[in-house]
Design a protein around this ligand. Structure first.
Ligand code: GLU
Length: 604
């Protein structure tokens, strides 16, 4: 995820681009860059926030009425000056900004290297720039045709804008699975990842569709074509939103937006790494260290808060599927307690930001004791990503809401891929079983979407329980860590005291607290322990507790017993947390908002 802005028209481009980048910084902020054309192409790019770029470009030539700009959230290559966009090709004549991931960039890069291309960055984007340049030069084509042919060779997600100094009165842009909006002014055009950089100049926009290419020219014309070179009809929209709302894409809070982004962020995590049809998972760094994983004595997951909960789910996954012994540790405890680490131990730190101080210290300790450290991190180039021996990114995009939501499901997605891959390689699951699981796994983004459709029902339940002082969350097996996560979400943003428990532990203490004022949220989707969960619900009802049950669609038995039910689609138990976490995020969100809490900020 990142922000793109571009301008072509009669005004100076630079101020428009910079203002636009500032509005898009919420989409990505690890580096920024601009390119303006005024007889000559001037490109400035800098690691850090937009302010760093502005300082850097202060005394440079920034003139020109056509330009492109980018604020990056790295996926390929750490955040630094050289990896910042725009990326150039064709002897610096052509530049491009890109939001997304080119999945087949390695294959394309190999072919381009053979043809003599020299790359200056580690990004997938630069490969696309060279591919466009190569096709344009070789076939002597107009830039839009070179872009079209190049995009036909690309697998992945992109929103791009291309500026070619051979055709300086033209911008070419395209998208697939990443957003792009065209703003139409008087003899001027704007392109951006969302409408926030555009709205103050014009209200008339076209939302570019997947696999559409737009060409906008200085004389005030534009046209749209698809990747098959057929002309498509623009559908005009008229903006009537506030800028702040645009950043939140119409959601009241970033947290809600991020909850609703999960079908996409989970799919992004799988992008280029999982192919159910062809029956493979590919995680480069796991593959590169396969011997270590196959012969691991045990894996120790370390994390804090939500990431620790993801580690608990991983314990079930790795033991169940890959038969590797697992321990899960709070980073803050691990680092201070002289843990026993032996050769053959793998330590997997999990962190959204990649900067969590306790987790970083725990990694240092694990490294000193000789462990192999494999990071699972969201922020590319973060300290944990750099300190770990190897690792995988979850590609969830920036998480702005204080309560982690899409990072949690991203962590679960990545860890599930790892466990399945290792189980398959170790032979602890059969090929047939593996295939069935991959098919099911690839449907998870759609199933999350189905859960999000129940938002209104969940809101109505929130209304009923919003005044509670305490809440109890119960789950078993794979759903036990989800119960902990549900409770954490509620206390973190609504300031209601909440506890998560393994359902069977309820009778060893917490049951004494249950009365008619106590909502008990039971995750009751496990087929394997269904009757036991039913008994737990009966125990709660016997004490007049208010039961909110998360059940599998069509469940009638629990519906008859519970006060409220939230139905979620049926999934294999190993994928349950990816689905059952979502209604709990929504429940916590709605309760918090109804209590007047600002869910995007932590008040300490
Ligand atoms: N994959 C590109 C990169 O790593 C674009 C990432 C983005 O969307 O910001 O540079």
């Amino acid at each position: 995820m990142c922000g793109i802005v571009a301008y072509i028209g009669q005004q100076e481009a630079y101020p428009i681009l910079i203002k636009g980048l500032r509005r898009l910084e919420y989409r990505g902020y690890d580096s920024a860059g601009v390119a303006m054309m005024n007889g000559k192409l001037n490109v400035y790019k800098k690691k850090g926030k937009v302010d760093e770029l502005v300082n850097f470009a202060e005394n440079q030539d920034k003139t020109g009425t056509i330009g492109i700009a980018h604020t990056r959230w790295a996926t390929h290559g750490e955040p630094n000056d050289k990896n910042a966009h725009p990326h150039a090709a064709e002897g610096e004549k052509l530049t491009i900004v890109h939001n997304g991931i080119i999945e087949n960039y390695e294959v394309l890069k190999k072919a381009l290297l053979k043809q003599g291309h020299i790359f200056k960055s580690d990004t997938d984007t630069e490969v696309l720039a060279h591919l466009i340049g190569e096709i344009k030069e070789r076939e002597q084509l107009p830039i839009e045709e070179a872009v079209r042919l190049a995009l036909n060779k690309v697998i992945g997600a992109y929103a791009i804008v291309v500026l070619d100094s051979d055709e300086p009165d033209k911008l070419v842009a395209a998208r697939k699975s990443s957003p792009l909006v065209l703003g139409i002014g008087e003899n001027e055009f704007f392109l951006a990842s969302d409408a926030s950089p555009i709205v103050e100049y014009t209200k008339k926009v076209v939302y570019i569709n997947d696999e559409e290419i737009v060409v906008a020219t200085k004389d005030g014309n534009f046209n749209l074509r698809n990747l098959r070179n057929e002309e498509t009809e623009p559908r005009f929209h008229y903006l009537d939103m506030q800028i702040e709302m645009l950043e939140k894409e119409g959601y009241d809070y970033f947290m809600l937006k991020e909850i609703f982004q999960q079908p996409r962020s989970v799919a992004d995590c799988m992008r280029g790494r999982l192919n159910a049809e062809k029956n493979w998972i590919l995680l480069n760094d796991v593959e590169n260290n396969l011997e270590k994983f196959l012969h691991a004595n045990r894996i120790i997951f370390i994390g804090c808060g939500t990431s620790w909960h993801a580690g608990l789910v991983a314990e079930y996954l790795f033991e169940d599927i890959a038969r590797i012994p697992v321990e899960v540790e709070y980073a803050s405890e691990f680092r201070y307690r002289n843990p026993v680490i032996r050769e053959g131990d793998i330590v997997i730190p999990i962190s959204q930001s990649g900067e969590t101080a306790d987790t970083l210290a725990a990694i240092e300790l694990a490294k000193q004791k000789g462990a192999f450290v494999y990071g699972v991190v969201n922020v590319v180039g973060s300290s944990i990503a750099r300190t770990a021996h190897a690792g995988s990114y979850i590609h969830a995009g920036p998480e702005i809401g204080v309560a982690s939501t899409k990072a949690f499901t991203g962590q679960l997605t990545l860890l599930t891929m790892m466990a399945l891959y290792l189980g398959h390689r170790k032979g602890t699951i059969s090929n047939d079983h593996y295939h069935r699981l991959l098919v099911e796994f690839s449907k998870i983004p759609d199933k999350i979407r189905q859960v999000l459709d129940y938002d209104k029902e969940i809101q109505a339940i929130a209304q009923q329980v919003r005044n509670a002082q305490n809440a109890l969350y119960l789950g078993r097996g794979y759903n036990f860590p989800v119960a902990l996560e549900g409770a954490l979400k509620l206390k973190e943003i609504s300031y209601i005291h909440a506890e998560g428990y393994p359902a069977a532990e309820m009778k060893h203490g917490p049951i004494a607290l249950i009365d008619a004022l106590m909502p008990v949220i039971v995750i009751a989707t496990n087929k394997s322990a269904y009757e036991k969960i039913v008994s737990n619900i009966q125990e709660v009802k016997a004490r007049r507790g208010v039961v909110i049950a998360i059940v599998t669609e069509g469940d009638q038995q629990i519906r008859r017993m519970a006060d409220f039910v939230i139905e979620i689609p049926e999934v294999e138990e190993i994928f349950a947390p990816l689905i059952s976490a979502v209604p709990l995020q929504l429940l916590a969100y709605h309760i918090a908002v109804m209590r007047g809490c600002n869910v995007d900020q932590l008040v300490i």
